[in-house]
Design a protein. Sequence first.
Length: 346
Amino acid sequence: MKKLSSKSQGEKDEQVAEKDMLSLDQTLRPSKWNEYIGQKNIKDNLHILLTAAHERKHPPEHVLFYGPPGLGKTTLAHLIAKEIGAQIKITSGPAIEKIGDLASILTNLSSGDILFIDEIHRLNKTIEEVLYPAMESGVLDIIIGKGPSARTLQLELPLFTLIAATTRVALISSPLRSRFSGGIFRLEYYSQKEIEEIVRRSAKILDIEIEDMAVEEIAMRSRFTPRTANYFLKRCRDFAQVHKQSLTKKVVDEALLLLGIDAVGLSPSDRIILTTIASKFKGGPVGLNTLAASLSEEQATIEEFNEPYLLQMGFIERTSRGRVVTDAGYLHIGENGPKGKTKKLI
């Protein structure tokens, strides 16, 4: 048998290592209810919903999760599927472009399956109309032909559970929202202690030795979001590995400084928004359109990515006339407030 050359063997080892690392990182997603940290009220409600459905020997009713990205909406969908022992089929609103796409997905479901649609607010309104009877009555209405000769074909669908997730619940039409009879749940930001617990769990899975103060530092800058905390943990791991150091608070500070993340988790783009409103627009108010134009940034990026955390931290306020920097915002960026008082940088 011909032996592999040292070069080809090395390439193979690298591929295996990359595959193992990808698999390892994917395990950061909780696979059991007791591993899912936070969102206690939602978990308690889901436990009752799933237990009652199991006792009736009937699939759970349709559920909608909404809230900012990275809080665990997709993870909850996977946990529900594992809890009831069901297969989960995953798609997203933008991926369903035609009625035929939805019909193909629904007709290929088996009884008791879970259909998870991410970013359901981006579903075409025409496709929504087809989804209504599928959710409510378990039938799929398909129109064959056009004009006077058109006829409706009704197909019976297997019993299934639709779990949907969205970051913009207001964009979901009222008729669609009303059909989530199992409940509509808002995921909240996590507490500092919950994020610390998540970081410790992730570090253990990734076989990372990390100091308690380093855990606290990552959690403090994570924007109260598990996905961001795990991202920071892995980047700090990389920094420590390259510099042949253990993961201490000092290393975390240096790694996150390199990423441009400040002491409270603001990114460079967050700080640019703050300083632009404070300096260029004298603290505001300034409209979103004007702010986006001055920064050469998309309005949606500012509104959906930057603003939620800046608002939560109390660094800016939304008024009827536009965005305004608060005293806390001036204090953080170290600039003079509107009253001329010198602020100290946090």
